[in-house]
Design a protein around this ligand. Sequence first.
Ligand code: ZN
Length: 123
Amino acid sequence: MGQYQAGGFQAIQEYFQQKFCRFCAHPFASEGIQLLREEPGVLVVRVTCHTCSKPLGVAIVGTAPRNQKERPKVPHDWTKKDIEKLHNRAPISYDDVLDAHAFIHQLGSDWSKLIPRAGRQAH
Ligand SMILES: [Zn+2]
């Protein structure tokens, strides 16, 4: 445990180092990209400008392990059409990060109430 997604995080760091801070126009540095959480198939990273310390936001990034065959992992209920439509999508984009940040921000402090409980009660 712990190292199976390291390649994914490195790719994310490399991705953001090609992007520029919208406040000070410096490129993001790997020091400003922090891994908050790591789960199988998902990385949560916080991106902060290392130069001016302004936060870009939090990104929730799906990662596909490279060492698991060539086939992309898709939900079992996807149709062939879904796969054709979605499998070419880039795993992450600059806009995704901004969207995630806006989404998390609008949840406010009560965000944990919005998470569905396991074992939902029947009415
Ligand atoms: Zn900056």
